[in-house]
Design a protein around this ligand. Sequence first.
Ligand SMILES: [Zn+2]
Ligand SMILES: [Zn+2]
Length: 302
Amino acid sequence: MRRKRPRRRRKTIEAGETLFFGTLASGSSGNAILAGNRNRGFLIDAGLPAARLLENLQRTGVGPEQLEGIFVTHEHGDHIRGVGALARKLGLPVYATAGIWEIMEAEVGLLPAAQRVVVAAESFALAGLSLTLIHTSHDSVESYGLLARAEGLTLGVATDTGVVTPDMEEKLRDCDALVIEANHDSDMLRRGRYPWHLKKRIAGERGHLSNAQTGEALQRWIGENTQKVVLAHLSEENNTPALALKTVVEMLRSHEVRQKCGRLKIRVAPRHEPHELIVLGEERRSYDDLQRERAGRGAAVR
Ligand SMILES: [Zn+2]
Ligand SMILES: [Zn+2]
């Protein structure tokens, strides 16, 4: 007779905590953001192989059984690479607009009808959060950011956009937390080795935001409620984490924005690793902390 496996520890995020998020990977090599409320979570994009996504998820301390869906921002490979495999493996519904489904269908492969959820331009509920799409400007069939709300807290997410759109301007002000693209340094891009057409695409209105564009937008968006900003989707070729952070922080400092919000913390999303899990309204807890806690409780730590 087969011995019963010991039950997996169900959750690390305990009831009583609230809106949480963290990037699982960020950049043109693959994007995924974990977000959720209390002990329920979902993914914004799944642009890495499913095995890598699960590995990075595990490092955050959130279990795969806590995931309730995948929202797809747009159909580029660095955002959908693992969608099909992960959805099939975990039985997750995939949330995407009809326009994006049309293009990504072939890539994602066969999914049961119940797993193919089309979201319209109105708010919908997922993982204990109220989600609203934000129009971005990108060279895909459609592209969106996301506003996630729960219990009076708001997380705004926007990457893969060549300009700050009016919808971003309207929705991303004074969020409690922001995950926002700081893709490239304009000088590095201009002087870099990319061919001209690619430089034009990246810097164009349907490309990606530069560090300075993001810094400028944050001058307007950061308000009294803003606690955390994560700079995301950095170019490996035309940016460095230190430069993105320096550019944005200097722009905010010169604008005296930081005075408006003393507890503001700005971080850069790692390219291949999961970012520390941020729980809003609490001091941040890194995944190392979470793993230490798990070890303390006797759970297996890889
Ligand atoms: Zn992308
Ligand atoms: Zn893209």
